[in-house]
Design a protein around this ligand. Structure first.
Ligand SMILES: Nc1ncnc2c1ncn2[C@@H]1O[C@H](COP(=O)(O)OP(=O)(O)OP(=O)(O)O)[C@@H](O)[C@H]1O
Ligand SMILES: [Mg+2]
Length: 342
């Protein structure tokens, strides 16, 4: 299905691409475009090295912030998400076990926090929640400005990253239960009086414990369901579009080729390739002519490699696109250079 990202956008747009090619600028310009057309838009940076604030020349932080009428911004902080999550799990663990076990549990949670994938999982959870709650939050459109390509693709293969996160938590909870079991055994097994449950506090604790574990398991199940719903939205071309940004240069073309292959393999709705920073024909001088010649070779390569995909070529401007006014040039360029299937 051919998507029209400027006139009939889906609900969710992901903008990805190699470092420095113009992802944040394009995400911000798209947001300004849709806001101007009356769509209530949220633009979210998921890259730990945030630059939305720089693009808009306005402070945007870890809480949803108004950028202008109908446009809000948010820079997700994965470290803060992990810390918040760990604190939450720790609190619920503490209600389950004896204080003597706290240090072991804390140690284990800290290990989980540092294990590969945890930060990404926390980021994914934030993304998933935003997608899931878009309507309640009142947005017609959410645009995600993502970290460089490889990372974005990993993020989009949600279930893999999620299962690591969920399993880490389940293991922690099982471990807590085992530890509690050992402590119970040591402290009270010799005084057990199973025929009279009220006389046996440990057994009572045990019942309570398993009920709490059930609550935790239920929470984990709900989280998995959230990720399943998110994945369904992301895979649906009616609801989501993925745009890749590149420049007419060797490495961005190579990296985009890989990204395109992976997205298509995973049947994710790749909707745009924006080739940014093309030196305009009026740029004068021998040096510029040489650069333009080199770019032309990469544009030819792009036309061959990405045949059948919607591509647009956007100009390099004289200056950086600073602030909302600066970005207007790019908003205009997006409209003047519509995506065309090669
Ligand atoms: N077409 C363009 N012409 C001139 N300057 C541009 C153009 N596109 C982007 N820029 C400028 O290039 C710089 C990098 O752009 P941007 O921050 O959007 O890239 P990015 O892909 O988000 O980078 P990062 O990977 O670091 O997040 C910015 O200063 C931006 O204003
Ligand atoms: Mg950026």
């Amino acid at each position: 299905m051919r998507q029209d990202l400027l006139n009939h956008p889906p609900k969710i747009i992901f903008v990805g691409g190699k470092g420095g090619v113009g992802k944040t600028s394009i995400a911000a310009a798209l947001a300004l475009h849709h806001t101007a057309l009356g769509r209530k838009t949220l633009v979210v940076s998921t890259d730990p090295a945030h630059s939305l604030s720089d693009a808009f020349a306005l402070p945007v932080g870890g809480k949803i912030t108004a950028v202008k009428a109908r446009l809000d911004g948010l820079e997700i902080d994965p470290d803060a998400q992990v810390d918040e999550h760990i604190a939450e799990v720790l609190a619920s663990m503490k209600s389950m076990v004896k204080p003597t076990l706290y240090p072991q549990i804390e140690k284990q949670l800290k290990l989980t926090a540092q294990s590969p994938g945890t930060q990404e999982a926390a980021l994914l959870e934030s993304i998933a929640r935003l997608i899931d709650e878009r309507e309640q939050l009142g947005y017609d459109l959410i645009i995600f400005d993502t970290a460089p390509t490889g990372h974005t693709l990993r993020l989009l293969t949600l279930p893999e990253a999620m299962s690591a996160w969920t399993q880490g938590m389940l293991q922690t909870s099982q471990k807590a239960q085992q530890l509690q079991g050992v402590v119970d055994h040591l402290s009270s097994s010799r005084q057990r009086a199973p025929q009279h449950p009220l006389a046996e506090p440990k057994q009572h604790d045990g019942a309570d414990l398993s009920e709490r574990n059930q609550r935790i398991a239920e929470r984990l199940r709900r989280r998995q369901q959230l990720f399943q719903r998110t994945r369904d939205v992301i895979k649906d071309a009616q609801q989501t579009a993925i745009a890749l940004v590149l420049t007419p240069e060797k490495l961005p073309v190579l990296e985009t080729e890989r990204a395109v292959r992976q997205l298509l393999e995973q049947q994710l709705p790749l909707a745009a390739l924006w080739v940014n920073r093309n030196i305009p024909a009026h740029a004068d001088g021998e040096f510029m002519a040489q650069r333009r010649h080199q770019e032309e070779l990469y544009r030819a390569q792009i036309r061959t490699l990405f045949a059948g995909l919607p591509v647009a070529f956007l100009p390099l401007f004289e200056r950086d696109l600073d602030g909302i006014n600066g970005l207007q040039q790019l908003v205009q360029a997006l409209a003047e250079h519509p995506l065309e299937v090669l």
